[in-house]
Design a protein around this ligand. Sequence first.
Ligand code: GTP
Length: 357
Amino acid sequence: MSVTGIADGPLGPDSSGEHLRFVRRIYQMRTLGLGVGFFAVAGVLHEQGASPWLWAALVCNGFLWPPIAYLLATRSRDPEYAEYRNLLIDSALGGVWIAVMQFNAVPSALLAVMLSADKIGVGGWRFFARTAAAQVVTCLATWAVLGFGFQPHSSMPVILASLPFMFVYPMAISSAAYGLARKVVRQNKQLAHISRTDPLTGLQNRLHWDDSATATMTYCARSSKHAALIVIDVDRFKEINDFHGHLVGDAVLRRVAGTLRTATRMTDTASRLGGDEFVLILMDLDLDGALAIAERVRRAVEDARFEEAPALRCTVSIGVARMGPKTISAAMWMRHADAALYRAKQLGRNQVAVAED
Ligand SMILES: Nc1nc2c(ncn2[C@@H]2O[C@H](COP(=O)(O)OP(=O)(O)OP(=O)(O)O)[C@@H](O)[C@H]2O)c(=O)[nH]1
C-alpha cells in the first residue's frame, strides 16, 4: 500500500534546491496517503484475521517507509532520480497489498486509483505506465504466492475504514495541484516581466517598445490626444567606458534611467533600446510639453555627479518627435525622432532637437 502526491514534473539539471523541495513535497504526500491508506487495508486484514507478520508489514509500509524513502532520496547523489525510484516502489507495494486484500473491491480500487492519479501528477502518462506495470507484476506474483484468493466483496466496516483515504487524499492532491497552478501563474508573470525588462536599468527593453508605441499611437489617434516620442543618447559614451571603465558606464546608464523615471508620469513609457540609447513615449502631451520634459532630462543628466568618478560630467543629446497626422507607424515615428537626435549630435551634442513633421 502506498500513495504519494502531485509535484512538479521532471526538473532541470541545475536545480538541486528544487529537487529537495520535490522530495519534501512527495514525503509529505506519502506520509499523508499512507497514513489514511493504512486504515483502508487494515480494515480488510482485520476481517481476514491476518497473521502478525502481515500486520507488521502493513505498519512498516504505512509508517516506516515514508521516512526511509525520504532519507534514501535526500541522501542520494541524485535525489530526483531516487525519488522516482521510491515512487516506483510505492506502486509495487500497492500491487502487493491489492493481492493480499484478495481484490477487496473498495480499498483495492481506491489504492489503484490513488496510485495512478499521483503518478500521473508527478511524471505524466509515461511514468504512470511504468509504475502501473510494476504494480501489476507485484500484484500477480503476490496473488500466485498466496494461492489466488479472490474476495471482492467489501463489508460496511471496510468501506467505513476506507472513507478517510477516499476523501482526505484526493483533497490533498487537489490542494497540491492548486498550489502548483498558482506557482505556475506567478512564475509566468515573473517571466513575462523579465522578458520585457532591461536588467541593468529596470526599464522596459527594446522587445516591448514597439508594442507600447503602437498602443499609444492607437489610443491617442482614437481619442484625438497628443503624443510625443523622445530619443535620448548619451554623448561620447564610448569614451566614458574607455576612460572610467564599464562599471562607471553602467552607473551612468542607471542614472539616465532614473532621470527618465523621475521625469515621466504613470501613463508615459520609458525604455532602454540598447547600449546608451533610451526612448520615452509621452502620452497626452503636446510638443511644447514634450520639449520641456526633454530639456528637464538634459539638464538633470548634465547636473549629475557620480561617487565612483567625481570628475565625470556626462551629457545627453535628445531628439523629439510629436505624433503627427502622417505618423502611421511606430517605426516611422522612431525614424523622425532619430533624425532629430542625429541633428542634436551634429549641432554639438548636449542639446534637444525637434523633428519636422
Ligand atoms: N557600460 C556599458 N556600456 C555599454 C553597454 N551597452 C553598450 N555599451 C557601450 O556603449 C558604447 C556606445 O557607443 P557609441 O554608440 O559608439 O556612441 P557614443 O560613444 O556615445 O558616441 P555618440 O553617440 O556619437 O556621442 C559602446 O562602446 C558599447 O560598448 C552597457 O550595458 N554598459
